[in-house]
Design a protein around this ligand. Structure first.
Ligand SMILES: Nc1ncnc2c1ncn2[C@@H]1O[C@H](COP(=O)(O)OP(=O)(O)OP(=O)(O)O)[C@@H](O)[C@H]1O
Ligand SMILES: [Mg+2]
Length: 428
């Protein structure tokens, strides 16, 4: 299918800066042309701090894609259960296969509100998900339709594997007690999925906690590919209004329309910081406030740190004067120590990782490949694979939508403080 399926991954370059890190062998390059199976085993069970885990982020042969039946099945093959989420283009429900009982997530694509027929975001999401196959990317099983009368489908549903939690649900449910093992493993799993997609020249453009699903086996999977697109170095004019505000990098807030995979890496930095804090890191209420928050924490860019900011960021001219007259210093490492439920988990090496993901200049910001090699993952307690995580949480399942509803109920009854209002990306 699509250009997406034709992309062959380039071998990643190992560009570690620290001399200490050069003693470690780099992660092996992705393997091209392997069969549809699992391609990123993180075999760290036997690793010690001196022998690093091997990261195999091998790429599936993208020309082999899911074969959907020619006639799409009717949604009636699933028994509809409760609602899991409310998306921009429809709702997400839990469903059970009436024959084998398998639990799935049904994402309804509402075609009625769309002027031009089928929403472009849904077409992109299906195309990209069909091409990707990785243990840290949610699996699309099939597409089903509902027809009321006649042959024109009224609704179209994407059928996904079901995961019990999303990261926002976990972070906002105080009864769920997780450890630094969880943070480290989920950070590595997130980076593995991002490395895989970036190697395949796909950018996600809406990485945030509620788009990361987690199952009972401790596996983290990247979901919500409605804003994702295939990308190459020659693309000069891309949509600027992407990525939910709290996770949006400075170059986008400064108007960049020529950008690349590094936009996702800023979001990854925000998400990792959020796991330590159990709350969003930079929670701006609008774009100017968000940019202000970024400069307060990450300092102002300078000629040295971001020499080509003028050509990349058309809006920089509006801030330049302020930056020259009253330059703000970078103090991200100190900020990362604030308001932590478990300050000891935020080690120097954890700070190194987040610090390097949240570099203002995208050219200097760490790639997923560099971040996977961060000392943080190899320092004690060494990163654990998903199956080694203790997933016996007090709450069997929770997603952002239910967590929010619960908060609202508590709020109504006067038993809890107000829930944080998470921003939505309205332009999807
Ligand atoms: N496979 C799944 N298993 C369990 N829950 C899911 C699954 N897919 C989505 N959800 C839940 O539904 C929510 C909305 O799904 P998704 O993000 O894909 O839709 P969206 O329309 O793009 O949402 P939004 O516009 O809010 O970002 C997710 O945040 C998650 O809580
Ligand atoms: Mg979403």
């Amino acid at each position: 299918m699509s250009a997406v399926a034709m992309v062959k991954p380039p071998p990643p370059r190992h560009t570690s800066s620290s001399s200490k890190r050069t003693s470690r062998p780099p992660p092996p390059p992705p393997q091209v042309g392997t069969k549809r199976k699992d391609h990123s085993q993180i075999s760290s069970s036997k690793a010690t701090s001196s022998s690093r885990p091997k990261i195999n982020t091998g790429i599936a042969d993208l020309s082999i894609s899911i074969k959907f039946p020619v006639t799409l099945r009717d949604v009636k093959v699933f028994q509809k259960k409760h609602q899991l989420g409310q998306g921009t283009y429809g709702s997400v429900f839990m469903g059970a296969d009436k024959v084998n009982g398998e639990i799935v997530a049904l994402k309804r694509i509402n075609t009625e509100q769309e002027e031009n027929g089928f929403p472009i975001t849904a077409i992109r999401e299906v195309k990209i998900l069909k091409a990707l196959n990785h243990k840290n990317i949610v699996k699309l099983n099939e597409i089903v339709t509902s027809k009321e009368k006649g042959q024109i489908p009224k609704n179209v549903f994407m059928v996904f594997e079901y995961l019990e939690y999303d990261l926002t649900g976990i972070l906002e449910t105080p009864e769920i007690r997780f450890t630094q093992d969880h943070i480290k493993s989920w950070s590595q799993q997130l980076l593995s999925g991002v490395h895989y997609m970036h190697t395949n020249k796909i950018i996600h453009r809406d990485l945030k906690a509620s788009n990361l699903l987690i199952n009972k086996k401790g596996e983290l999977k990247i979901a919500d590919w409605g804003l994702a697109r295939s990308w190459n170095n020659d693309m000069k004019r891309l949509t600027n209004r992407v990525i939910t505000l709290w996770y949006r990098p400075p170059e986008l807030l400064l108007g960049a329309i020529e950008y690349g995979p590094k936009i996702d890496m800023w979001s990854v930095g925000c998400i990792i910081a959020e796991m330590f804090r159990r709350s969003g890191f930079l929670k701006g209420s609008n774009e100017p406030v968000q940019l202000d928050l970024i400069f307060k924490v990450a300092g102002h860019p300078t000629k040295d740190t971001w020499p080509n900011i003028h050509s990349q960021c058309p809006l920089w001219k509006n801030f330049q004067k302020q930056a020259l007259e009253n330059p703000l210093p970078r103090k991200i490492r100190d900020t990362l120590r604030d308001r932590l439920p478990h300050p000891s988990w935020m080690t120097e090496k954890a700070k190194d990782l987040i610090d390097n993901l949240m570099i203002l200049n995208p050219d200097n910001r760490w790639s997923a490949f560099q971040a996977l090699d961060a000392d943080y993952f190899f320092a004690d307690p060494i990163v654990k694979p998903a199956h080694k995580l203790n997933m016996r949480f007090q709450v069997e399942s929770v997603h952002e939508w239910e967590a929010r509803k619960k908060h609202e109920l508590h709020l109504k009854n006067g038993t809890l403080p107000a829930p944080p209002s998470h921003p939505r990306l309205v332009s999807k």
